[in-house]
Design a protein around this ligand. Structure first.
Ligand code: ZN
Length: 215
């Protein structure tokens, strides 16, 4: 008799699991129908998304926010562009993959955009900086010296790798946790340059000047 209750309990737990979004599987719907010769590349990209979704989510974690777990990955036949994300759909151009099959990092960058799901991407350098920080700084593990550091006013506005290097420096040397805080502010539509002052005691532009003056 006792065993039946245990069995019932186990079944109940298993049955109820999908109710909790954190436990729901990450589902990637892969479409390589236009480019069947890239099907294997697509499968590897899909596996990469499944592995890196929880990692990126942990690094950016926002209380009470559950990022999309249903993602469409489409490799389209095109010689233009590299990758783009719209909502929960990641589109990658075949021409780029044919020339750069090793470029799996672009999938991580686009996956960050799915997880970010900001109400609006402004300022875009923060959106792209966070995506490239996670791609190049965390996934690719590049050293600080690898990141371009243009010595000009508000150079961080160039976004991508420039902003990523700036964020890596802030996160590693000055204000651990700042990327998570930036992400939360962006997600809640409450970003302001003042966040840098709050977190470091220095203005955004002073921080940038300090960063580009480093030896
Ligand atoms: Zn991007």
């Amino acid at each position: 008799m006792k065993h039946r209750y245990v069995l019932l309990l186990v079944l109940l737990i298993l049955f109820c699991r999908p109710v909790f979004a954190d436990d729901a599987p990450i589902n990637v719907e892969l479409d390589t129908s236009e480019v069947p010769h890239l099907a294997q590349w697509g499968e590897e990209a899909k596996a990469l998304i499944v592995r890196w979704h929880p990692r990126i989510n942990n690094l950016l974690a926002i209380k009470d926010y559950k990022p999309p777990r249903q993602i469409a990955l489409k490799i389209r036949k095109s010689d233009n562009g590299i990758g783009a994300t719209s909502g929960t759909t990641i589109t990658i151009s075949s021409g780029w993959i044919e020339k750069h099959p090793e470029d799996s990092g672009l999938v991580v960058h686009e996956l960050v955009h799915v997880i970010q799901s900001y109400p609006n991407g402004d300022p875009w350098w923060v959106t792209e900086g966070i995506a490239d920080y996670l791609r190049w700084g965390i996934y690719e593990g590049k050293e600080q010296s690898w990141f371009p550091r243009p010595k000009e006013m508000r150079g961080y506005e160039k976004g991508y790798q420039v902003a990523a290097g700036f964020l890596l420096w802030l996160e590693s040397d000055l204000a651990p946790g700042i990327v998570k805080k930036l992400n939360t502010a962006m997600r809640n539509g409450k970003y302001s340059d003042d966040l840098f002052m709050t977190e470091t005691g220095k203005s955004l532009d002073d921080l940038w000047n300090e960063y580009v003056s480093l030896e």
